[in-house]
Write a protein that binds this ligand. Structure first.
Ligand SMILES: NC(=O)c1ccc[n+]([C@@H]2O[C@H](COP(=O)([O-])OP(=O)(O)OC[C@H]3O[C@@H](n4cnc5c(N)ncnc54)[C@H](O)[C@@H]3O)[C@@H](O)[C@H]2O)c1
Length: 257
């Protein structure tokens, strides 16, 4: 799709990858960039900087998402690109309580289901629309040290694939953004296995992710991989699962030392 003059929504846009994408879309001449985030002050600051529109939004709140969609389309015109980028991670494994699992599920998967429920019928009717879901390399591989994140990001990839298959012939484009480590507040903490592993694999800047997103969207690419080596890792995983699991156990043992 062509970003120029388009109405674009970016969730989780007060910080990190979302903020870099919002800045990039504004620089590329988007008509309106809606900067949506739970952090309303942060969203307002980004919107002020790029001449966008700030929205305080909890992406897990269906009524609030729908109200924002209606408001945006009434005031600025049809939304052509929705970047569902807000995401959370709880570090830990099976010992994490159901509340923590539910929190990751709601933000990392259900928020995109809600968006799809309300945006896709509009895009099908218009014969065009683009849905970018920020998943993660964790959704193609795994993420040591954070089970809910790895599991829900797999869910996000599966949902993106399902929508692309089900609605691709209706003119709906889907992109699934799957970075490894990106230098943002999410990866700031030290000493957590989940974060140490992404740091060990090589960190990039949010602006580099935004460059890949701009290119991927222009090409209507499904998979957007700011760390191209993730494609090779995924092929190794699916090509010989047993060997891949053994390699991951070795990596985990090294990081635990
Ligand atoms: N940083 C990385 O290494 C990395 C790697 C792969 C994928 N990702 C994914 O990229 C996305 C952006 O993460 P980031 O690294 O920029 O982190 P970040 O913490 O800098 O930004 C996340 C933003 O999402 C917002 N948010 C959280 N819950 C929300 C909710 N319920 N409603 C609305 N907004 C909410 C936060 O307020 C924050 O501004 C996430 O989906 C994350 O899982 C990050």
């Amino acid at each position: 799709m062509n970003i120029k003059d388009s109405v674009v929504v970016v969730t989780g846009a007060a910080s990190g990858i979302g903020r870099a994408m919002a800045r990039r879309f504004a620089a590329d001449g988007a008509g309106t960039v809606v900067v949506a985030d739970l952090d309303g002050d942060g969203a307002a600051a980004v919107a002020r900087e790029i001449g966008g529109r700030a929205e305080t939004l909890d992406v897990t709140d269906e009524d609030a998402q729908l109200a924002m969609i209606n408001r945006t389309e009434a005031e600025w015109g049809p939304i052509e690109l929705w970047c569902g980028n807000a995401g959370v991670a709880s570090n830990g494994g099976l010992e994490l309580d159901n509340k923590a699992w539910e929190f990751n599920w709601q933000v990392n998967v259900m928020a995109h289901v809600i968006t799809g429920r309300h945006m896709i019928p509009r895009w099908v009717e218009r014969g065009s629309g683009h849905f970018l879901i920020t998943a993660s390399a964790a959704g193609l591989l795994t993420n040591l040290g954070t089970a809910p994140y790895a599991v829900t990001k797999h869910g996000a990839v599966a949902l993106a694939e399902w929508i692309a298959i089900t609605h691709g012939d209706d003119g709906v484009r889907v992109s699934c953004l799957c970075p490894q480590g990106v230098r943002t507040p999410m990866t700031e903490a030290d000493g957590e296995m989940a974060i140490e592993v992404v740091k060990a694999m090589g960190m990039i800047e949010p602006e580099e992710v935004a460059d890949c997103v701009a290119a991927g969207i222009a090409n209507d690419d499904f998979l957007i991989l700011p760390h191209p080596e993730v494609s090779r890792y995924e092929q190794r995983r699916t090509g010989d699962r047993q060997r891949w699991l053994s390699g991951m156990r070795k990596l985990q043992a090294t990081l635990s030392r």
